[in-house]
Design a protein around this ligand. Structure first.
Ligand code: HEM
Ligand code: HEM
Ligand SMILES: [Fe+2]
Length: 452
């Protein structure tokens, strides 16, 4: 850790990981309702559990992105963060907003509209906090060195804020509502967040492989070009059945198929840089999460996304468990794993020790990723059976759900394994450092190998 203000990232990571743990708890509760339908029916109905699960995911990922930005910006811009005070206040506001949403939900207060259920005042606080964050990090960038990595990262974050504003736009016409709703839900994960992912990936690869910055930057430009080119019109794959004009069927099908390309480019990029790299970085588990994220995102977003994106396939699969399978692996691979990769990379430096507890961290990687993959396979099988029984044979929805019970039990089992893996991860990061600190002092230890 070269700059004192990189320390700001620590509380962001701590809060993000706390909410990650809560997200998984709500996931387990939701999965339990699927197999024991009366579970908690009065205390906490399924819709409340579900929105708590998905909102916690989004909130902790955003706090995670902020932490990642505060960590890498000083290094990339070669100057300290503009104002640590703004950072801490802005974190406080975000936490109040997140907790406020969670508590409101338990009292049945929410605005509906999946993912955007937050009460109005919470949306306002989120906007204020995010603008303070953007001001703080943009000021750092403006006064400092501009690199492809910090520019692309800031572009992604600013565009995320711009598209977030559509959360405030809620036309009473349901078709119009859905049309703009996807400008947040789709354009975030299949457009502007990809810029965030790609720049974090590029940062980790520069640091850990030692490949030249020029090579990394060329890849970065290609990836963001592909992401924006395909992702914006790719929104059309959500316009098939909402009452939008028919031309969205070919436009959505073609452009969303092209959305596979940036994810393919990212996985090629990660593995090629890994093979070309001269440096043998001591933080092996951070490298594992980095490569794992690119690979899992390619499968979860690219392969599982393409599976149901053509309009004549989506006609049958729309809104089935196939969608849930894809949603889990895509979010996990692209965004969860990328934030966990940066945390794994940054924490030894933030704690001023050598990379530590790596074996336990790698156990958590394989267990969590294996269990998320298993959950995805189970839900995919459930989705295929569901599509056939319900959409082809025309069986009634609830009758079909009874046929899927075995898959739902297996999903719950996979969820328990994810929870255990998460505990391992948290312990490996925040727990006691067992490894010996070598001679030369802990300050020097974090950055072995030549620096870029
Ligand atoms: C990291 C990137 C991605 C994430 C996080 C993601 C996540 C999701 C989520 C959560 C949903 C469910 C939304 C809802 O109805 O509530 C969804 C739907 C969908 N996604 Fe993705 N996705 C990603 C990338 C992709 C890509 C690249 C494709 C196409 C190649 C794709 C194709 C689809 C389709 C067609 C649907 C609609 C499914 C339906 O009709 O029920 N996704 N995605
Ligand atoms: C970090 C890992 C996880 C991520 C990224 C994640 C993400 C998501 C997303 C995006 C949705 C909305 C899906 C959609 O609308 O298609 C969702 C719903 C859900 N998740 Fe997770 N989740 C994770 C972990 C878990 C775990 C461990 C469980 C427990 C088994 C779980 C159980 C559920 C359930 C039951 C739903 C509701 C599905 C439905 O309404 O049909 N999730 N999750
Ligand atoms: Fe989409």
């Amino acid at each position: 850790m070269k700059y004192e203000t990189q320390r700001i990232a620590y509380p962001f990571f701590a809060v993000a990981m706390l909410l990650f743990a809560l997200q998984i708890v709500f996931g387990l509760l939701a999965a339990t309702v699927y197999v024991l339908p009366n579970f908690l029916e009065v205390a906490m109905p399924f819709n409340i559990i579900r929105m708590s699960h998905t909102n916690l995911l989004i909130v902790w990922l955003l706090i995670g992105f902020m932490g990642c930005t505060y960590f890498l910006m000083p290094e990339e811009a070669e100057r300290e963060t503009h104002s640590p005070l703004i950072a801490y206040i802005q974190l406080g506001i975000f936490v109040i907003a997140g907790v406020g949403a969670l508590v409101s939900y338990q009292f049945g207060i929410h605005e509906g509209r999946e993912f955007l259920e937050q009460p109005f005042w919470v949306k306002v606080l989120i906007t204020i906090s995010f603008l303070m964050f953007l001001y703080n990090t943009s000021m750092t960038l403006l006064k400092g060195r501009k690199t492809a990595i910090n520019m692309v990262l800031m572009l992604g974050l600013w565009l995320a804020a711009v598209f977030w504003l559509f959360a405030f736009f809620n036309p009473s016409n349901l078709a119009l509502d859905k049309l703009y709703w996807w400008w947040v839900v789709h354009i975030w994960v299949e457009g502007v967040w990809e810029l965030i992912m790609a720049s974090l990936l590029a940062y980790l690869l520069i640091k850990m492989t030692g490949v030249d910055r020029e090579v990394i930057e060329k890849w970065l430009y290609v990836i963001i070009g592909l992401a924006l080119f395909s992702g914006l019109l790719g929104t059309g794959h959500h316009y098939y059945w909402i009452g939008a004009p028919g031309y969205w069927q070919p436009i959505g099908s073609i452009f969303s198929t092209l959305e596979v390309l940036p994810f393919f480019a990212m996985v090629m990029f990660a593995f090629m840089m890994f093979w070309k790299g001269r440096r043998n970085h001591p933080n092996k588990s951070a490298m594992l999460w980095t490569l794992g994220s690119a690979a899992t995102a390619f499968f979860g977003a690219g392969v599982w996304g393409f599976m149901h994106t053509l309009s004549f396939v989506n006609y049958y699969s729309h809104g089935t468990q196939v969608t849930a399978a894809h949603g889990h692996l895509a979010f996990y691979g692209a965004y969860v794993m990328m934030v966990l990769a940066v945390i794994t990379y940054a924490m030894p430096q933030l704690r001023r020790v050598q990379p530590y507890n790596q074996v336990m961290n790698m156990w958590s990687f394989w267990m969590m990723t294996g269990a998320m993959a298993f959950m995805t396979f189970t839900l995919t099988f459930a989705g295929v059976v569901q599509t056939h029984l319900q959409r082809v044979l025309g069986m009634n929805y609830m009758e079909v759900q009874d046929q899927l019970a075995l898959f739902y039990w297996m999903r719950l089992g996979a969820g328990v394994a994810v929870a255990i893996a998460a505990v391992l991860f948290l312990y490996s990061i925040f727990g006691k450092v067992k490894e010996q600190v070598p001679a030369g002092g802990p300050q020097l230890a974090a950055n072995t190998g030549p620096t870029v």
